[in-house]
Ligand binder design. Structure first.
Ligand code: ATP
Length: 437
């Protein structure tokens, strides 16, 4: 894939994530576990803010959407009905020499990319993780770790519709972990075996699905712009007929221009009535809808915008990463949208002088109920500004000796590095205003 022309590359992001505590390798002291990652103190904040932003946009601010938080393990028949047991597979080839395995669609040579050895014929490899429920490990007790969150929205369609009395069109949104035993993982948190998804199943009247599909494709592209991602680094890619799942009536990917090239962060599919029909058939319980206006029952169609939390987070980091010369030094700055920045405000006493301590602690206590804050008094003020720039903190509040006399502090802005003095009693309101709260 072609490298994009940003100042960022994957090594810089991985290194920043480790150095500053965004993402660590899982079980690192044991040598790590392939493709599993742990989100550190800053990563967990950023991830939470991304999920909260999504929830606010797609659930809280809308009248036609409700939430769900279903269990990861579901009845095994769910995955038979959905087609995952029979068909959720990738073609796997193995090198006869070094035994390395590849998804045949990922490589364009007939020889092993690692050692040049001959490759086996492709065989289909199911991506679902299996385990056993209860103390007996036999076929009757197999359960799967869900490879997507979406099926819970389908099997709960009737529960949700009857309890909320929502009329079509309406959607069910869910955020949660999914698991896929991917053949090839990599590119940091881009493709992992355990990841988080944010999925909407939007139920519509058959016949209106075309316009709702167009609506969601646009809506989802604009969402990423609202999240702070540059428009020129986003694109829509339509799936051609060969790429479409057999039941899908249309599909677009939202791609981001990663340092590894344009790659998917979200898929939006028109799934027709496939899922509700399948679950009706396999469960024996009809998942249909009574249309009061038409006085008839039918199975709704579904539009599915399905986004990945980890890929969104990676896109946010790549997009925000910037380097510039400031005071003859290289300044690394994460120009993250302030609303999703992991730390909103840093409290920085000019020095560790004991006289500054009481007011600095007072300012910290004042801000913490409203903003995720970090108190830092180690090293020079310049270095502390750089540290906050590198983790994307939009505002630093500095307490100096003058503050002890006039009860004013300095707000320093991350992007412009401009500073302004403000009275302590007005600080919370001024910052709230800057965040648009
Ligand atoms: P890909 O083609 O990259 O494997 P997909 O088309 O199979 O992805 P979907 O089934 O559409 O992915 O899942 C929706 C979203 O979930 C993706 O856009 C992505 O953001 C996320 N996702 C899927 N698989 C993974 C994974 N292995 N690691 C991290 N995120 C993932």
């Amino acid at each position: 894939m072609p490298e994009n022309n940003m100042k960022v590359n994957m090594e810089k992001i991985v290194s920043l994530c480790k150095r500053r505590g965004f993402v660590f390798q899982s079980s690192e002291i044991y040598g790590g576990l392939g493709s599993c990652w742990d989100y550190g103190p800053l990563g967990v904040e950023l991830k939470k803010n991304i999920k909260d932003y999504w929830w606010k946009k797609v659930v809280q601010e809308r009248d036609d959407m409700v939430g769900l938080d279903a269990s990861i393990m579901m009845h095994p028949q769910v995955w038979v009905a959905s087609g995952h047991v029979a068909g959720f597979s990738d073609p796997l080839v193995e090198c006869k020499n070094c035994k390395h395995r590849f998804r045949s669609t990922d490589i364009d040579t007939s020889a092993c990319p690692d050692c040049g050895g001959a490759l086996s014929e492709p065989r289909m490899f199911n991506l679902m993780f299996k385990t056993f429920m209860g103390p007996v490990e036999d076929a009757a007790n197999i359960v799967y770790l869900r490879p997507e969150t979406a099926q819970a929205q389908f099997v709960n369609f009737d529960n949700v519709q009857s309890t909320t009395r929502k009329k079509l069109p309406f959607g069910i949104a869910q955020v949660g972990k999914s698991f896929r035993n991917e053949i090839t993982t990599g590119n940091f948190i881009f493709r992992t075996r355990e990841f988080e998804q944010m999925e909407i199943e939007y139920f519509v009247k058959p016949g209106t699905d075309g316009e709702w599909f167009d609506y969601w494709v646009n809506e989802r592209l604009n969402y990423y712009v609202g999240l702070g991602i540059k428009k020129e680094n986003l694109r829509l890619r339509q799936h051609d007929k060969e790429e479409l799942a057999h039941y899908a009536r249309g599909c677009f990917d939202v791609d981001y221009n990663f340092p590894i090239g344009w790659s998917e962060i979200e898929g939006i599919a028109n799934r027709g009535d496939f899922d509700l029909t399948q679950h009706s058939k396999f469960s024996g319980k009809t998942l249909d809808y009574f249309d009061e206006e038409k006085n008839e029952r039918y199975i709704p169609y579904v539009i599915e915008p399905s986004s990945g939390v980890d890929r969104t987070l990676l896109a946010v980091l790549c997009d925000a990463y910037d380097e510039e010369m400031a005071d003859k030094e290289l300044r690394v700055v994460l120009r993250i949208n302030p609303r999703i920045a992991p730390v909103k405000v840093a409290i920085l006493p000019l020095s560790r002088n004991a006289k500054l301590l009481p007011l600095s602690k007072e300012v910290s206590a004042l801000l913490r109920p409203y903003f995720m804050a970090q108190y830092d008094d180690a090293q020079s003020i310049g270095r502390r500004y750089r540290r906050q720039d590198e983790i994307g903190t939009p505002y630093c509040v500095t307490i100096d000796f003058q503050s002890l006399e006039d009860n004013q502090v300095t707000i320093r802005e991350r992007d412009s590095m401009q500073q302004s003095r403000v009275p302590v009693p007005e600080l919370v309101e001024i910052l709230k205003d800057k965040f648009g709260l």
